[in-house]
Ligand binder design. Sequence first.
Ligand code: GDP
Length: 536
Amino acid sequence: MSAPTETPTNKPAETLSEAARRRTFAVISHPDAGKSTLTEALALHAAAITSAGAVHGKGDRRGVTSDWMEMEQARGISITSAALRIDYGGCVLNLLDTPGHADFSEDTYRVLAAVDCAIMLLDSAKGLEPQTLKLFDVCRARKVPVITFVNKWDRPGREPLELLDEIEQRIGLRPTPLNWPVGIAGDFRGLIDRSDDSYTKLHRTPGGATVAQEERLDHDRAAEIEQDAWIQAREELELLGEIGADYDEESFLAGVSSPVLFGAALPNFGVGQLLRALIDLAPAPSPQADAAGVPRPIEAPFSGLVFKMQANMDKAHRDRMAFVRVCSGRFDRGMVLTHAATGRPFATKYTQAVFGAERHTIDTAFPGDVIALVNAQALRVGDTLYEGPKVEFPPIPSFAPEHFAVARALDAGRYKQFRRGIEQLDTEGVVQVLVSDVRGEQAPVLAAVGPLQFDVVKHRMEHEFRAPIELAHLDYGLARRTDAASAPILHGLSGAEVLTRRLDGELLVLVHNKWRLRVIERDNPGLVLEPLLAGG
Ligand code: GDP
């Protein structure tokens, strides 16, 4: 274990105080719930940008152009994952972006391995949606504390109590509202702050997402102005008090309860409260357990975890960029780190911080920050970089794939390049590669969490490894872990196929869908069919 020693770059007292003011989080949501709008509203509210749209404007992407960006623009989706830094109230908020497209990939999940907290963003009219649920599962598995923001309260939606009930019933997360809306969804009047029972009336500011105009009203005045809406809100608040739905730090940090805020990102209602909740309630970086389970003190020399790789950001250089979450110590650009997997030195002369679509060179970073290392060919997702005595963090778990396709080299003469490319993409974690004697090594099965991963493989196989491929999609929708005894029985069943995961040798059985799986389970009791849990 490494002691919190002082090195020329690392000063434990400074590292501790800097870490204490970091909040590193991601927004989990279903597409269209308002993640981009909320990101802008947070940044805007914190006055980090001067006009809406500058950070995340979908129609106005600036920065490095590359074939990635071309692909992104052509499909109108966001592939790159970046971090946005917001300075607010003496804190540094690092918002890690999760790709928002309906095509899901493992990247989205891996970002959750690098955050200390998540905002679960719900559309007030829709409640919990499929991707919110999937992402929440990862948060739960990793015990990431979750703050819930019920968005679009300015539009017609569901009853607030009904939404809370859904959260509790469907995902077993105990909601503890921090504020309460006056006026039903679509008739948003204002918010009661449950911590001091104060009422803030909100006024729309023309021109969209600017900081909302707020007016403090005492209860008598509020009752007079809001009338029935006020009476209803007071009744609901009484009910909440009776059932004890009050904020509780211990259960929040354990991922058992979730503070809930109502608001609307577009007119910037309740966004200030969300920022406050992040600062007051969300945890600062805490010691991360290494592979042996020993927590690495925050103030120990530098250590960081690679949670995302981005290839070919710059066409001219074909570089590979590693996104690293700082876990301990102070980072200084130019320092030479050690790559835990190989023991080799890694120079960090060209370190960058990534804000929105733009890159900036950074000189220092502290626990909770995200740095981007260029020329990171040697690094893989899950790798550790450190200074001083060796430390290695446990690997980021791989996630349950739901899409499967057989890959074949279009040009049989380029089989060597094909094999090298597939191996490389497997090791990088772009897709999982499954093999079987039946299919042969020329036809590996690629397994993905989201179909977008296949596009990335196709693109990189053609442009980077010069081995274009064709993909034949397989009619399987889920995978289960099995064992050597069950495999031959499963392999003989229709609608099931057993393959080996190349990287770790796990035996996986692929099945069409959950109905087929149920039938198999019913007819063959005794077989090993373990779910592949998303998250750790
Ligand atoms: P994303 O896909 O989750 O990033 O969602 P966007 O931020 O792109 O928002 C989807 C749509 O919902 C856009 O048309 C937004 O203008 C709209 N929207 C987002 N937040 C709000 C809100 O608070 N109120 C209203 N009325 N519309 C919103």
